[in-house]
Every structure is written in C-alpha cells, then in structure tokens.
Design a protein around this ligand. Structure first.
Ligand SMILES: [Zn+2]
Ligand SMILES: [Zn+2]
Length: 211
C-alpha cells in the first residue's frame, strides 16, 4: 500500500524545517543594528521534533496559564487492542465515538464517587489529547487524558473543588472493563461484530487512506 500523500508532504516539509536555504526572516534590533536570521519552520504536527516540541510547550503553557483551575490532576492513558487500532486509525468517526465512550466513563467514575460521599451535582473535568503513534512511530492510536482528580460543585453561586476517595487499582480495572464493554456494544450496534463478538465487517476507510 503506498503511503498516503499527506505523510509524504509532512516528511518533505520536515526535511526543510529550520534550514535558511528554504526561506528565512531577517530580524534586526531597533536599538542597535544587530541582525539575526530566523529560518522558517515547517509547523507540521506529525514528527518534526522541533515543531512538535514547540507545540507541546505552547499547549502546556496555555493550559497552565489560561485554562486549568488550580486543583489536583491525574493522567489517564488509554490504549487499545491491536485489531481496534487499525479500525480507529482508518475511521475518524469510529475513533471519536470510542473517545467519547472513554471520556464519559472516566467522568462518570468521578461523579459517582462524589455522589457516594454526598456531594450534590458534581462536575468532573478533563482535557484529552489524541495520539496516533507510539514512541517508535508505530501505529498506536491512544488517548492521554488529563483528568481533574476530584470534582467541582456549586456552593452559593461559586465553583468549589472537592476531593473524592483516591482511585484504587480495582477502580481502574472496573473503568477499563466498562469502557471495553461499551466499545464492544458499539461495534455490535454498527454491525462490525456479531452477537458473539466475532468479526462481521470492517468499518469504512476514510478517503484520506484511499488511493
Ligand atoms: Zn540590540
Ligand atoms: Zn518543523
């Protein structure tokens, strides 16, 4: 199977990233007349280590400075069985449905834990990042979810953070099982698996992967 064109484009842009021969800005200081050449970067998101690191630092800063309330967080990483990885990679809609199932289950874990200790109308929170490759650039769509390690609740018009009982290994297994059950149910509903869970059909492949 030939590589999709967007991968070739990404790689070619990366080869030119930060090399002045492919274009640059000449900056000069208004005070003294010192000049500096800054080469254009490729601004790609695939594997340019320089542009990805910059994006990562910018995203982290933005989350810290503008978005995340001061509270404890827990990172959850969700990976998937091999067969499902190919399906998720090839079908964006399926990936996002599974993403939604996973997040809903994680949020429900926190909100249920809060209700059990008497917290009214608890609101959990998360920010999630989709990654499509493992560290060896192998195909491995997975999710990194930054989860509020507790809940917010409203007390006289103001949001207050409340702790919930610490997550245990058993909680994590239950969570993983519940996500797995719901994903299998989704695949059955879509006619991809039969009642016993055996393969019936492969999902459609997004146009980006077609020749
Ligand atoms: Zn100067
Ligand atoms: Zn780059």
């Amino acid at each position: 199977m030939p590589l999709p064109q967007y991968i070739a484009n990404e790689f070619e842009a990366f080869l030119k990233c930060g090399i002045a021969a492919h274009g640059f800005l000449r900056l000069s200081c208004a005070g003294c007349s010192q000049e500096k050449i800054v080469a254009f970067s490729c601004k790609k998101r695939g594997w340019c280590p320089s542009c990805c690191a910059k994006r990562q630092a910018e995203a982290a800063l933005r989350l810290l400075d503008d978005i995340l309330p001061l509270a404890p967080y827990r990172q959850m990483v969700l990976s998937f069985p091999f067969a499902l990885r190919f399906w998720m990679q090839a079908n964006k809609k399926l990936f996002s449905q599974i993403h939604r199932i996973a997040l809903r289950a994680m949020h429900r874990h926190y909100e249920d834990a809060a209700r059990r200790i008497g917290i009214k109308s608890p609101k959990s929170g998360s920010v999630s990042f989709t990654q499509r490759a493992g560290s060896a650039l192998n195909l491995n769509p997975h999710l990194h979810v930054l989860m509020l390690d507790g809940v917010f609740t409203e007390i006289s018009g103001k949001a207050h953070f409340r702790n919930v009982p610490r997550m245990t290994d058993d909680d994590v297994s239950r969570l993983a099982e519940s996500i797995s059950r719901k994903v299998i149910a989704l695949l059955k509903r879509q006619g991809l698996l039969d009642k016993e869970g055996s393969l019936v059909a492969h999902p459609d492949v997004d146009p980006i992967f077609r020749d």
